[in-house]
Design a protein around this ligand. Structure first.
Ligand SMILES: *[C@@H]1O[C@H](CO)[C@@H](O)[C@H](O)[C@H]1NC(C)=O
Ligand SMILES: *[C@@H]1O[C@H](CO)[C@@H](O)[C@H](O)[C@H]1NC(C)=O
Length: 425
């Protein structure tokens, strides 16, 4: 009896020693796990969150995988405020236009062509699904962390001189960002539209980007700036290649905690099964050759409060619910159109990253990049020509802008540039 008792105690002790031994090694292993593998675990969790189970999958020639995801399973519905949201399948209002774009293109002497997305050559998404560009592990690994994936790395908003300087020096003078933009301010805006030709600007370094877009801005240029952005971009860091891609962006706190590109966080609700955010646009314009342009319209449904986006003349993509925003829940206070590049060269020097076509505005049609039929949406839901269109560029010797107007193109501008050149060190 006693012997059995002793041996049981011994066994217990031995077992505990063994346990401690294991715990010790488990700790060591965990410590190692925490650096490399924990990041991997985080990345996989992030990918699982972003990549919803598809109903159909389409491989694009550019290497993208397009997942057709059921409309009610899209990333937006991960948002706690959207748990019981009833999808609005169409806007209550559509702005009345100044121009009939379909007619205009065929009658104009300056012929332009409409564009499609590259993945369409290999299939389309069925009804009741939306196409989502699948995020790959390497897409996330190119970001500095899971948290920054899909966000803007630098706060950067083009700051026309007329705007009072804010208290935030980061926003006031964002190192390395160069713009060439046109803008309106001083009124309440309920949307904006433009048609822009699409190019494939050369990016010198992979941490730089070049984009052309519309900014819908609300609030002051402080910590709580609201912004909705849409256009085309080349961004090796975000997409892993030099292709020109359709993109959207939103933030309600000046690029800090909220918002992201495309569908890389929950917010934007997509209803369209033809157009994928972040997918390559093809073909693009060529120098002294065919010109291709896209139209983008962003407007507020003043009944529901949501901000809608339309691509081309027929594709209503979806909407940003009003609750995402503070100032933009009411209206926009400023609209900007134009180009932005990141220049990673310090001390006032420039890389040769191109904006737009990489040509200066004075070269004109077929050579320079343009925005035409620039319009804003007023309170009565009408598309109007912009009043008092201002322009802004940090260094016009590197990237410049020239505005004009005529009956065919309404208000328009040519913009862009080569970056580094003999007048731009
Ligand atoms: C930004 O800062 C640099 C150097 O501090 C200065 O030379 C430049 O004029 C500033 N740009 C703007 C737009 O304020
Ligand atoms: C993008 O273009 C740059 C040069 O313009 C080149 O060095 C780089 O390899 C390209 N990146 C990819 C992913 O093709």
């Amino acid at each position: 009896m006693a012997a059995a008792h002793v041996s049981r105690t011994k066994m217990k002790l031995g077992f505990m020693a063994l346990l401690l031994f294991f715990v010790f090694f488990l700790d060591l292993a965990c410590a190692r796990l925490s650096s490399a593998s924990r990041q991997k675990l985080q990345v996989h969790k992030h990918l699982k969150r972003l990549n919803k189970p598809p109903i159909k999958t389409i491989e694009s020639p550019d290497g993208d995988i397009i997942d057709c995801v059921h409309i009610s399973h899209q990333p937006a519905f991960d948002h706690p405020f959207l748990k019981d949201h009833k999808i609005q399948m169409r806007p209550n209002y559509h702005p009345e236009g100044l121009y009939d774009e379909n007619k205009m293109n065929t009658e104009s002497s300056e012929r332009v062509n409409t564009i499609h997305q590259l993945w369409h050559v290999n299939g389309m998404c069925p009804e009741d699904t939306i196409p989502i560009r699948r995020t790959k592990e390497e897409d996330v690994l190119r970001a500095s962390s899971v948290k920054t994936h899909g966000k803007k790395k630098h706060k950067s908003i083009p700051m026309p001189r007329s705007v009072p300087k804010s208290a935030d020096p980061d926003i006031d003078n964002e190192s390395g960002h160069q713009h060439a933009i046109a803008y309106v301010e001083g009124d309440k805006y309920y949307g904006a539209k433009a048609t822009m030709n699409v190019w494939e600007p050369k990016i010198q370094q992979s941490n730089e980007f070049s984009l052309s877009q519309i900014w819908i801005l609300g609030g002051s240029f402080g910590q709580d700036l609201n912004s909705i952005e849409a256009g085309w971009q080349v961004s090796p860091d975000l997409y892993g290649d030099n292709n020109t891609r359709l993109f959207t962006y939103w933030t309600s706190d000046a690029y800090q905690a909220t918002g992201c590109y495309n569908l890389l966080c929950s917010g934007f609700i997509q209803i369209n099964n033809n157009i994928a955010m972040g997918a390559s646009i093809s073909p693009v314009s060529a120098f002294r050759n065919s010109q291709y342009d896209i139209s983008i319209l962003v407007w507020k449904d003043q009944k529901e409060g949501n901000w809608w986006m339309q691509f081309g003349n027929g594709y209503v993509l979806g909407y940003w619910p009003s609750f995402l925003f503070s100032y933009l829940a009411d209206s926009a206070s400023m609209i900007e159109w134009g180009g932005e590049v990141v220049n990673s060269e310090p001390d006032g020097h420039h890389t040769s990253t191109q904006m737009g076509s990489g040509r200066f505005p004075e070269e004109g049609f077929g050579k320079s990049s343009y925005f035409r039929n620039i319009q804003v949406v007023d309170k009565e839901n009408n598309l109007k020509s912009p009043k008092d269109l201002g322009t802004f560029t940090e260094q016009s010797n590197c990237y410049d802008i020239e505005t004009g107007s005529n009956s065919d193109w309404g208000h328009y501008f040519y913009y862009g540039g080569p970056g580094k050149n003999q007048n731009c060190p």
